[in-house]
Structure formats: C-alpha cells, structure tokens
Design a protein around this ligand. Structure first.
Ligand SMILES: [Cu+2]
Length: 205
C-alpha cells in the first residue's frame, strides 16, 4: 500500500520574525514549485494516488502554529476555531493556570434566560471528527487518527495538528492525521485555521 506524506509548510518570506527558516523536505515530500511567496501551504501542492492508498499529514513547521486537513462538502460545515456558547447553569469560569496570560471572553447575550455568552474553543475545528453522509452530528475520532474515507462524508477534520514536540500546554496532543481513500475521485481540502490553505487529492480507480 502506498503511503504519501503531506506536509504543511510555512514559507519564510511572509513571516518576518522567522525569516531564516528553510523549506522542509523529507522523505517523498517535494517543495512547491512556482510561487514560493505563498505564506502557508500544503506540500506537495497536488497528490495523485490510487484507491486503497493512504495519505498522512503532519506539521513540520518550526513555529508554534497548528494546521488542519479538513474536507468540507458545503460551506455550512466550515468550523471556526472559536465560537460563542450560551452560559447555562455555570457560576464561575476560571483559568486552570492563573500564571498564564489567559482570561475567558464573556460577552452579553440577547437571551434573558442566559444573559452571558462565552467565547470558547470549537471542538469541530480543534479535534478529529467526521460528519457522515446521513448525519448532522459529529463522530469524534481518536487523536492522530487513521481514518478510512468512504467518499460521501459531509465533513472530515484532522483536528489541530501541532509541530512534533511543540504542543502547547492544554492543547490536544495531535501531530498527524491519515486517510485511506476507498473511492476514486478528486477531494479538495483546506486548513480551517487558514482557509486560504487549499489542496487536493486525486484518487484513481
Ligand atoms: Cu493552517
């Protein structure tokens, strides 16, 4: 079985603070040709495989920035990194680590029953999950999942993949995601944190 490894590359040009980092290229990775000024991208830019092959994503960037590999069938399945949640039956919300520079964002709501809204992490963005063809709710996958794609899913998300050995405190320790493709076709995917990161997998029968 063929295993393709896809990397997420941050090019040096647009990131002044980290301007000395080189392009990573390991194993069968190839650096993107053409426009090398793209700030953040998947590499290689396009992947052609056969039914039964597996593609594995990881994040080789030297900066503390997560990325996702996310397949979205309709725009309504786009998952923002953060979302507003009504606070119901919760008295106090305090940071676990008071030494950190963090504070929960609470804003007024329009609901008289739940007068407060908390801005919090959206698990549909940050954790591996799938919405199947006949579902509206998500099935959460193990961290660093190896998922077999049927091809008709509404939504498939890797969760936030961090650079290996650079997982920040409190974040889910996700560094990889794999998909085995069972059906031929062309599958576009994006990073939900940086939606301009786009790429495609072409699966031949
Ligand atoms: Cu990204």
């Amino acid at each position: 079985m063929n295993k393709i490894i896809l990397a997420i590359i941050i090019m040096a040009a647009n990131i002044a603070l980290f301007s000395n980092y080189p392009i990573h290229a390991e194993g069968n990775l190839v650096a993107a040709g053409g426009n090398e000024s793209a700030a953040v991208n998947f590499l290689p830019r396009e992947v052609t495989i056969n039914v039964g092959d597996t593609v594995k994503w990881y994040n080789p960037t030297p900066v503390l920035e997560p990325h996702t590999a996310t397949f979205i069938s309709e725009s309504k399945y786009f998952a923002t990194p953060k979302a507003p949640f009504l606070i119901q039956n919760v008295k106090d919300i305090v940071p676990v680590n008071n030494a950190s520079n963090v504070e929960i964002n609470i804003v007024p709501s329009n609901s008289s029953d739940s007068p407060r809204v908390m801005i919090g992490d959206n698990a549909r963005s940050s954790l591996p999950n799938v919405i199947g063809a006949n579902n509206e709710t998500a099935t959460y996958l193990p961290l660093n999942s190896e998922y077999t794609m049927k091809g008709d899913e509404k939504y498939i998300n890797s969760g936030w993949m961090w650079p290996k050995d650079m997982i920040p405190p409190g974040a889910s320790p996700i560094t990889t995601f794999s998909i085995t493709f069972e059906k031929e076709g062309t599958y576009d995917f994006i990073c939900v944190i940086h939606p301009w990161m786009t790429n495609k997998i072409i699966v031949n029968g």
